[in-house]
Write a protein that binds this ligand. Structure first.
Ligand code: FES
Length: 132
């Protein structure tokens, strides 16, 4: 049997003056995970660092739409506005709504301490186990 090791990016150590942000990540089944981050990190990279199986098929180039997240309305005022490119990509996602964003297009800021978002099921790699 061959074992394949997959390297995952590791969080950079925080500098003394970095503010540690608490980020709340939800899945569609209600699961909740609190993770730490610093400013300047794309939400997609945060998810990858902590091992969330986000498809992100284009690697963060705003092409695939498979890093779809939903951010509650009360957090919208701290988010950067979506670019035309992000809006066009969101328009191609049938399940997207006004709370939808792409995790590859949002970088954390100090104002995002406590940010909550939900990874959409269509953006998660599904793993199936076959009993047998
Ligand atoms: S990873 Fe492809 S659009 Fe975000």
């Amino acid at each position: 049997m061959q074992t394949i090791a997959v390297a995952r990016p590791q969080p950079a150590p925080a500098e003394d003056d970095d503010k540690i942000l608490k980020i709340h990540i939800y899945l569609a089944d209600g699961s909740h995970f609190q993770r730490e981050a610093i400013a300047g990190l794309r939400l997609l990279d945060l998810l990858r660092m902590y091992g969330f199986p986000v498809k992100a098929e284009c690697g963060g180039a705003c092409v695939c739409g498979t890093c779809h997240i939903r951010i509650p309305e009360h957090w919208q005022n701290v988010l950067p506005p979506p670019t035309d490119e992000e809006l066009a990509r969101l328009d191609s996602i049938p399940t997207a709504d006004e709370r939808s964003r792409l995790a590859c297009q949002i970088e954390t800021t100090d104002e995002m301490d406590g940010l909550e978002f939900e990874i959409q099921p269509d953006s998660l790699v599904q793993t199936y186990w076959a009993a047998g």
